[in-house]
Design a protein around this ligand. Structure first.
Ligand SMILES: *[C@@H]1O[C@H](CO)[C@@H](O)[C@H](O)[C@H]1NC(C)=O
Length: 438
């Protein structure tokens, strides 16, 4: 009689290899980055050096038409008339294993204000007819331009920013509770949570036959506890990227600077505003770890120090609003990774008096994040404080993701990484370090 044992072992080994899927390195591409000037201009050709490292490329962003609820290009002229969708999906000819997804939302499709802000992302969910319009139009666009699937970077309302530290006494206190301040952002949040599960199921149903991928990006400050049901969503998703950053930003917190994306909970901060808490929510509520991907920013958040700021730069610290726009990205309160490097390597810096030089504070604790700052001069000028990711902190985050058994890491986004190699290391330094450490 023939023994089946070797065959059984072979099947088991093959199955094990199949289960141990290749790590996912998800790379976000912000298509608006072509509008930047000088060394920050980012075109499709600039993506190419990243594609030896990325397994997935995510095109940000498409939009939703607020009257028909159809998926539409955000910038029709650039995306479809000038064929940028096609230029990006054509990268698969050179990189046949690459998956290219079209992302909808991503805080790029902003409409309305206050309570009405981005309300179409909620009203769409409320009726089967509008969900169907969305599903059908998404399928059509994804197929028409050769995308491998759709990423839902759904624009649910954001958490309220944290209350600030009182200058007198240094205790945490809440700003006087006004009617607007206590009002629930979304009275139908529980319904929206369930309806989002339905939308995902319906999309999956439409995509399945063609093997199209469906993924989710949890945007910064969208409360997963409120809006996402990991157990119900996961079976129909290829993966979920957690944008576990921007907990502190100059826009949300103009009077106080703090670590924008700490890995672990820090003393005196909200317990869920850190990477670890976000990851644990998804894992302990039924998401398989290999479907959870950790999002890592490639930019810093920059505030203006004034003469009332702590001269030691230790956060949280008093601050006077967003910093001036960066020289290349020209966006108040944000600096790309190369812009942060240039602050440190600028020869003018060393010509300054010692106490006015830019200081870099690394993170040997591996819990908080790095920052650079400069105190104001005698005229109350020139001060700034920037919390950012460097190659060390990106390494810690990628190692954390690996230790937790996550599916991979995501870089948000390529255009703000050192895509030209001006920081004195290889091109795409942060992306490279993330992949190496995962
Ligand atoms: C998220 O929602 C939960 C449940 O409502 C709440 O306990 C938690 O404080 C919220 N997190 C933030 C950061 O607002």
């Amino acid at each position: 009689m023939v023994s089946f044992k070797p065959l059984v072992l072979l099947v088991i080994a093959a199955f094990a290899a199949y289960c141990k899927a290749e790590p996912k390195i998800v790379c976000y591409y912000d298509s608006k980055s072509h509008l930047r000037q000088g060394p920050a201009t980012f075109d499709v050709s600039d993506i190419v050096p990243a594609l030896d490292l990325c397994t997935h490329l995510v095109y940000g962003s498409a939009a939703i038409d607020e009257s028909t609820y159809k998926l539409i290009p955000l910038n029709e002229q650039f995306d479809t008339v000038k064929d940028n969708y096609r230029k990006v999906t054509d990268l698969k000819k050179r990189f046949p294993r690459l998956k290219v997804l079209l992302s909808v939302g991503g805080n790029a499709d902003v409409s309305g204000e206050k309570e009405e802000k981005n309300i179409k992302y909620r009203t769409l969910l409320e009726s089967t007819t509008s969900r169907l319009a969305f599903v059908n139009s998404a399928y059509t666009i994804v197929k028409a331009y050769g995308f491998d699937g759709l990423d839902l970077a759904w624009e649910f309302p954001e958490n309220k920013p944290k209350k600030i530290r009182s200058k007198i006494g240094g205790i945490w206190h809440s700003i006087k509770k006004t009617v607007g301040g206590t009002k629930v952002l979304d009275e139908n949040a529980a319904e929206h949570r369930d309806q989002f599960v339905s939308l995902v199921r319906e999309l999956r149903g439409a995509f399945k036959a063609e093997n199209l991928l469906l993924t989710l990006t949890v945007l910064p400050n969208v409360n997963s506890t409120v809006y996402y049901d990991p157990r119900a969503l996961s079976p129909n998703l290829e993966y979920v990227v957690l944008d576990a950053f921007d907990f502190y930003t100059p826009e949300r917190n103009p009077k106080e600077a703090d670590y924008p994306a700490p890995l672990y909970e820090l003393v005196d901060r909200k317990p869920d505003e850190n990477v670890d808490a976000q990851v644990r929510y998804w894992l302990s509520n039924g998401a398989p770890s290999n479907k959870v991907i950790l999002g890592i920013p490639t930019y810093g958040r920059a505030w203006t120090m004034d003469d009332e700021s702590d001269i030691n730069g230790i956060p949280p610290l008093h601050i006077d609003g967003a910093a001036e726009p960066g020289p290349w990205t020209k966006h108040a309160g944000l600096l790309s990774y190369p812009e942060v490097c240039s602050l440190l390597s600028n020869p003018d810096n060393t010509k300054q008096a010692k106490h006015l030089q830019v200081k870099r504070i690394p993170d040997p604790s591996k819990r908080k994040g790095s920052y650079v700052f400069r105190i104001v001069d005698e005229n109350n000028n020139g001060g700034f404080w920037v919390g950012y990711e460097d190659s060390d902190t990106v390494g810690y985050k990628a190692s954390y993701a690996k230790a937790k058994g996550l599916g991979g890491v995501a870089m948000v986004d390529l255009s703000l990484d050192d895509f030209k190699g001006t920081c004195g290391r290889d091109k795409y330094d942060l992306l490279r370090v993330a992949k190496m450490n995962f």
